[in-house]
Design a protein around this ligand. Structure first.
Ligand SMILES: [Cu+2]
Length: 68
């Protein structure tokens, strides 16, 4: 398992973090998600680094693209 943290500037309230956490859990291979309002960061635990591309695609799809 590995962990990666993304900067997600679009996070602006608790609904954003709830949406991100809910949607990323649907990505196969994601073991855990924590979205933080204060820091505008999303941390994911994945069972393979290959899953990160799917995580990034999902963030973009739901309107919260990770900063480059
Ligand atoms: Cu919000």
């Amino acid at each position: 398992m590995s962990t990666k943290t993304y900067e997600v500037p679009g996070i602006s309230c608790g609904h954003c973090t709830a949406t991100i956490e809910r949607e990323l859990k649907f990505v196969e291979g994601v073991e855990g998600v924590k979205a933080e309002l204060e820091t505008k960061r999303v941390t994911v635990d994945v069972n393979s680094d290959d899953v990160l591309a799917e995580v990034e695609a999902m963030l973009a799809e739901i309107g919260y693209p990770a900063a480059a």
